[in-house]
Design a protein around this ligand. Structure first.
Ligand code: SAM
Length: 207
């Protein structure tokens, strides 16, 4: 799996610096609204957070959910165990590296916030296919990623080109990938979610 982590990318792997960066750019304020919109789940809902990072989802979801967070960076998993230990299960794991049969048709919702654009096409396909298998019928996967799109300003394209993710796609390319695994896809483009001129694309894929 290709994962470039030098320079600013390495610095942002520190969970505290990552959180500070999103506080300054306004990303954290947007997230409160985002998570309450996409994950207005009943108490006890089973949720898988793939690429959980520093625990952004738990930070923004107040109701009691049955939470599982996985990430392939051990520093993030250690950070989450320390900070949110009693609120969920945190597992050091690469998505799709091995399939867990006990999770087939198990989850009400899967979150992959800011992950797809870090993955190669093959690994992105693995992410979506794995989530599809892990969802109950009627359950849903939500992805949220930096994006290129039609009618995008040059400055927004420039910022997007500097993203840590190595496989930022056009909105149409994200939709094409998702449509290989899901028939029902609701999508939304966000052009002003950060104080920086950045664009991001959310897809809600229902099984
Ligand atoms: C940009 S961060 C987003 C973190 C968090 N979801 C958030 O919204 O802040 C992407 C995360 O995905 C993790 N990651 C990347 N590829 C992964 C993979 N194949 N399996 C599991 N985690 C992965 C990274 O370690 C990182 O924590």
């Amino acid at each position: 799996m290709t994962h470039i982590n030098t320079g600013i990318r390495k610095i942002l792997e520190n969970p505290l610096i990552y959180n500070l960066f999103h506080n300054i750019t306004g990303g954290n304020a947007f997230r409160k609204h985002y998570f309450s919109t996409y994950f207005d789940l009943p108490k006890g809902a089973k949720v898988l957070d793939i690429g959980c990072g520093s625990g952004v989802m738990l930070e923004n979801i107040k109701q009691h959910i049955n939470y599982y967070g996985i990430d392939f960076e051990k520093s993030y998993i250690d950070f989450c165990k320390e900070k949110y230990g009693d609120r969920g299960n945190f597992i050091h794991e690469t998505v799709g590296a091995s399939l867990r049969e006990e999770w087939f048709d198990y989850f009400d919702a899967v979150n992959a916030h800011g992950l797809l654009h870090h993955l190669s096409d093959a690994d992105g396909a693995t992410l979506i296919e794995t989530a599809q298998k892990y969802l109950k019928p009627g359950g849903y996967l939500v992805t949220f990623d930096t994006t290129y799109h039609d009618n995008q300003s040059s400055i927004s394209k420039w910022f997007v080109s500097k993203d840590r993710g190595q496989n930022v796609k056009h909105t149409e390319e994200y939709l094409e990938l998702a449509s290989n695994y899901f028939q029902k896809i609701d999508s939304k483009l966000f052009t002003n979610y950060s104080k920086l001129p950045y664009s991001a694309f959310a897809m809600k894929m229902t099984k």
